[in-house]
Design a protein around this ligand. Structure first.
Ligand code: GLN
Length: 446
């Protein structure tokens, strides 16, 4: 833990991944764990971990990278935090992100712009940009992120590390500051596959405080890490290798396909015909749910309150006007619009119907295949400030969003380099609650 803080102090001035450190408490915890001793039953004991700043941590500032929560010190821990403590892991600090996890570059953070670990003129991806860059730059071995439309997989891809979004319901969302409740999942970002599986072991499981948490058994995700994937059946969707994908990214994925074949798997072309509607569906559903979830930030109970007020109405309006950033306001307006009477049927209801079609595409392929692979992102990391148009930014998630809409698990693992010698991420998508098979294939590939 001491070494971790030394690494953070040396490297973070350049990367700017951390929003808050937990140094005093972390060192105390480390001492207690030293006294207790580390056993094989607790392989994660004493391992430092960084936490995305939308996961609430008792007495440790939690802002979701928003001005509206600039002074929020939670009075309770998220379920995943309790589980990390049960594993004797040591939370060392909170990591930067896009405000309320809305974005794909960590540039919408109110506080600072995190840099890519490989090239500090590039974005780290987002919204879990701090979680990815801190791990990839060697500051911490492990972090937690959240993924609503790609926010674990895209930054993992951009920084050349392993990031997994579990099946919806696998990990409790209790204490995750809600963005889009039907899509959000917490998951681990690590430097290798085995570490990732170990952390998922620790944070998974039924939680009665999250009504959508699933009562399915949690296997040991490290059990299948044998390197043997002979006979595994893998599909690669033709829609994932089209025009919009950078040629260097396509090449890296083709090389990965060849590797899987050498390892004894079969890889066939498959189709996810409705995935092209994913981005449109996602921005209606995610923004609608966000507009409802974010109503609680009203300047009354906690967080930022405007001083510029004459009456109660002003408290609400001015606190929200001054406290939320541009991207968050854009989503609240879009969501409120698509939920309003007269538009509901045309937008929100229709989006739900198309979501079902997207889900059925995956079910169809998984009737015949164990896994789906493809690129995690159409491009490698882009430059800081390079994308200013929101729709161009939204299109970056075209390959990750369908996975959230379908509720299935998805991960990104490094698979070589593309343009400007930046890392390319291979996306592996599994059947619901079959993260074990994804880890098995990823481990053999790694
Ligand atoms: N980039 C997507 C968005 O802006 C996804 C974000 C996420 O997964 N939290 O909504």
């Amino acid at each position: 833990t001491e070494e971790t803080f030394a690494q953070i102090k040396e490297k973070d001035p350049k990367i700017e991944a951390f929003l808050a450190l937990n140094e005093e408490k972390a060192l105390e915890m480390a001492k207690a764990i030293d006294l207790k001793g580390i056993t094989t039953e607790n392989p994660l004991a004493g391992i430092p971990i960084g936490i995305k700043d939308n996961i609430v941590t008792k007495d440790l500032r939690t802002t979701a990278a928003s001005k509206i929560l600039y002074n929020f010190d939670p009075v309770y821990d998220a379920t995943v935090m309790e589980k990390l403590y049960q594993s004797d892991m040591i939370p060392v600090g909170k990591l930067n992100m896009d405000e309320f996890a809305m974005g794909g570059s960590t540039e919408t953070s109110y506080f600072k712009k995190t840099k890519n670990a490989w090239d500090q003129t590039k974005v780290p991806g987002g919204s879990s940009g701090g979680s990815a860059a801190a791990v990839a730059s060697g500051q911490i071995p492990v972090s937690l992120g959240s993924d609503t439309g790609g926010s674990i997989r895209q930054p993992a891809a951009f920084n050349g590390i392993v990031g997994l979004k579990p099946t919806y319901g696998r990990v409790s969302r209790f204490g995750l500051i809600a963005f889009s409740s039907s899509l959000d999942q917490i998951g681990p970002l690590t430097r290798n596959v085995k570490d990732n599986a170990l952390v998922l072991n620790a944070i998974s499981g039924l939680d009665e405080r999250d009504g959508t948490s699933a009562g399915v058994s949690v296997p040991d995700f490290t059990a299948g890490l044998t390197g043997d994937i002979k006979g595994m059946k893998i599909g690669i969707p033709k829609e994932y290798m089209g025009e919009g994908v950078q040629p260097e990214v396509r090449k890296a994925i083709e090389k990965a396909v060849a590797t899987f074949k050498e390892l004894g798997a079969t890889v066939d072309e498959v189709s996810l015909p409705h995935s092209k509607y994913g981005v449109a569906v996602y921005y209606i559903i995610a923004s609608s749910e966000a507009s409802s979830n974010l109503q609680r930030f009203d300047g009354i109970r906690y967080g930022y309150r405007s001083k510029n007020v004459q009456n109660l109405e002003d408290v609400y309006i001015n606190s929200r006007s001054e406290g939320f950033g541009l991207e968050v306001k854009r989503r609240i307006m879009l969501g409120t619009f698509s939920l309003s009477s007269g538009y509901y049927d045309a937008y929100f209801k229709k989006a739900g119907q198309v979501r079902t079609l997207i889900k059925q595409d995956f079910e169809q392929v998984f009737n015949d295949y164990d896994l789906i692979i493809g690129p995690a992102t159409p491009s490698v990391a882009f430059g800081l400030g390079e994308i200013s148009d929101p729709v161009t930014m939204y299109m970056n998630d075209i390959l990750t969003i369908p996975v959230n809409l379908a509720g299935v698990p998805g991960m990104s693992i490094p698979c070589g380099f593309g343009k400007d010698h930046l890392p390319v991420g291979l996306q592996i998508i599994g059947k619901p609650f079959d993260e074990a098979t994804m880890y098995k294939a990823a481990y053999a590939f790694e």
